[in-house]
Design a protein around this ligand. Structure first.
Ligand SMILES: NC(=O)c1ccc[n+]([C@@H]2O[C@H](COP(=O)([O-])OP(=O)(O)OC[C@H]3O[C@@H](n4cnc5c(N)ncnc54)[C@H](OP(=O)(O)O)[C@@H]3O)[C@@H](O)[C@H]2O)c1
Length: 315
């Protein structure tokens, strides 16, 4: 397939691009950065088409001629673009960026696709398990009702923006759980502390973590692109969500280090403000759809996923 990849230069994209390339797909990457700045191996980067989006107008990228042309020529689109959620304090300005980097990008993508005579046959768009809000007790499946906090509202509007794609385009929305990889994201932040033996659960330890190992998520995106049976909203999570306390002890076990020192919630709140909610509160998410689609996980259990994510050969 000829694929257009947007927002695929980050943690997920760095696993996805090599996988899709090895599978023989022709890839065009849209990024605000140059290929060399993204950290892909030179040989791989040289085999990709690269379209540089204007960083000042990243959410307006779809109006550029190069992009309209690439969109018209492709069979499928993957859109994972979005400013990182839990990296900075949630000031009003940052909240607007969290929204616009997802909503404007996705809206303009759907509009540009709708203007084409022959639109791409499939759009795989990111969303997140934050769609369901947070809860200590509830179990969420694809058909569960959305939550009512900021992230839940953002995910709903993100999914609605993607749903404005043309009729002929199959849409797969992946509600992504916490992505496990040593290459970035939550695990990469925890690893150095745990390696020194000073790790432990963050906050109460009771909150749920619905996680997915990165290579499994990338294989889901590949299946969503290639298999017509994949459509609609799918919870991209492993079958075994765990509590933060179990996650911390699993990580300690995996590294052969103690994991007893809890990180108090207020410390994190000082650093991240409201953004700390992402880590201090969670949700228990399962996926009926992945079972129906008979998706075969390489890493269904946390121990295996942590071992893979912390081994140097993992991707
Ligand atoms: N990682 C997780 O645990 C997790 C969990 C749930 C949902 N998700 C969602 O899945 C998607 C991919 O996750 P990821 O971990 O790979 O994210 P990431 O590493 O933060 O990368 C996100 C991509 O979005 C683009 N981007 C960032 N800020 C932007 C902005 N202000 N305007 C336009 N584009 C921007 C970047 O593209 P360029 O710099 O190349 O332009 C980057 O490649 C994200 O939308 C994220 O919210 C991730």
């Amino acid at each position: 397939m000829r694929l257009l990849l947007i927002g695929c230069t980050g943690l997920v994209g760095r696993g996805l691009i090599p996988l899709l390339h090895e599978a023989g797909h022709q890839l065009t990457v849209v990024s605000r950065r140059s290929a060399s700045a993204v950290g892909l191996p030179d040989r791989l980067a040289s085999e990709l088409q690269w379209i540089k989006a204007d960083p000042a107008a990243a959410s307006n990228w779809a109006s550029s001629a190069a992009l309209t042309q690439a969109l018209a020529a492709c069979d499928g689109v993957v859109n994972l673009a979005g400013e990182p959620i839990a990296e900075q304090r949630w000031t009003p300005q940052h909240l607007r960026l969290l929204e616009s980097s997802r909503l404007e990008t996705t809206r303009r993508l759907a509009e540009a696709m709708a203007a084409l005579e022959t639109p791409p046959s499939v759009l795989v768009n990111a969303s997140a398990v934050g769609y369901f809000g947070t809860s200590a007790n509830a179990q969420f499946e694809e058909t569960s009702a959305p939550g009512s906090d900021f992230l839940a509202g953002l995910c709903q509007r993100w999914e609605q923006a993607a749903a404005a794609k043309p009729e002929a385009t199959r849409l797969v929305v992946l509600r992504i759980g916490i992505v496990l990889s040593a290459d970035g994201g939550a695990l990469a932040k925890m690893l150095p502390v745990f390696r020194t033996g000073f790790g432990g659960p963050i906050g109460s330890g009771q909150q749920w973590m619905s996680w997915i190992e990165r290579s499994d998520l990338c294989r889901m995106i590949q299946s969503a692109l290639e298999q017509p049976s994949w459509s609609g909203a799918i919870n991209a999570v492993a079958p075994e969500p765990v509590s933060m306390a179990d996650f911390a002890s699993g990580l300690g076990r995996c590294l052969g280090r103690p994991s007893l020192l809890p990180v108090p919630g207020p410390v994190l709140q000082l650093l991240l403000g409201d953004g700390a909610q992402v880590v201090l509160e969670g949700q228990r998410v399962g996926s009926t759809r992945l079972q129906e689609l008979a998706f075969s996980f390489r890493y269904p259990s946390l121990d295996a996923a942590l071992a893979a994510a912390t081994s140097s050969s993992s991707r």
